[in-house]
Design a protein. Structure first.
Length: 94
């Protein structure tokens, strides 16, 4: 099942960085979690995103505020979307 964005919503996957396991020299609660960044990086899932200003291509990396990420689940599968006007930049290798 594929989610297709409308109204400038871009279907994405969340870019997950490898997280280092840190060893602490002091005792911390088992529930301790490092605070997540205010911003999130998404990977555009499809070419030909409809109803958007920029021509996003599959695999483009986009940066946006974590608070505006839209997530829903359908038939056990998670889908993520972000509205184009919240994208603050995109990342390139050069």
């Amino acid at each position: 099942m594929h989610a297709h964005g409308v109204n400038k919503f871009i279907p994405i996957d969340i870019f997950e960085e490898e997280k280092e396991e840190k060893e602490f020299n002091f005792i911390v609660p088992d529930e301790y979690m490092q605070k997540e960044s205010e911003y999130c990086i998404g990977v555009v899932k499809t070419d030909n995103v409809q109803h958007v200003t920029h021509q996003w291509q599959k695999g483009d990396l986009i940066v946006f505020p974590r608070a505006v990420l839209q997530k829903f689940e359908f038939k056990g599968e998670e889908h993520y979307l972000v509205q184009e006007n919240y994208v603050i930049c995109y990342l390139t290798a050069d």
